[in-house]
Write a protein that binds this ligand. Structure first.
Ligand code: FE2
Ligand code: FE2
Length: 169
């Protein structure tokens, strides 16, 4: 009589290809988080002015959260038999979050943060979709991270609205 061993899901030998694909998606998320840490760290120090303080404080808190996300992505890559990439694999994408000409240009940073968070939300939504029924552990982890990014985006949309209402954006 033929016996089939119970499924190990994403850890099945037969799932190797899917697993590699999930690792690729996770690696992209990992780099997005690392670049966000760099951009937010720079902006949280560079910005000048009374109005910038709230944004600087918020970014300072976000740095820790984004680094925490990078750690989660790295750990999951490892669990799925992948290798966390080295620095030579890094290719910057956040041209919109480079330091502004004037360090009092808070709106430039706010718009850049919204763009970075939007990019993360799009990529993580894709991971949630693609891991559905395939890798619920990764899906669960990324849903939590996605929730954080939605919160970040919402907060900075609020900052932008204030500047827009005052005719400063
Ligand atoms: Fe993040
Ligand atoms: Fe974020």
């Amino acid at each position: 009589m033929e016996t089939t061993s119970p499924s190990k899901g994403i850890f099945d030998g037969a799932s190797a290809e899917v697993r590699e694909h999930v690792v690729e998606l996770l690696a992209r998320g990992y780099w997005m988080e690392i670049e966000t840490v760099m951009s937010y760290l720079a902006a949280s120090v560079n910005l000048d002015g009374v109005r910038a303080q709230e944004v600087k404080e918020s970014l300072t808190g976000d740095i820790e959260e984004e680094l925490g996300h990078a750690r989660l992505f790295a750990a999951r890559i490892k669990e799925l038999y992948g290798v966390v990439p080295g620095s030579e694999g890094f290719a910057p994408e956040q041209s919109f979050l480079q330091p502004p000409e004037e360090q009092t240009d808070v709106v430039h940073v706010i718009r850049g943060v919204i763009k970075a968070e939007t990019g993360a939300i799009e990529h993580y939504t894709r991971i949630v979709d693609e891991t559905d029924q395939v890798d619920p552990v990764t899906q669960d982890m990324v849903i939590d991270i996605l929730h954080d990014e939605q919160g970040h985006r919402r907060l900075f949309e609020g900052f932008l609205r204030e500047y827009e209402r005052e005719g400063l954006a």
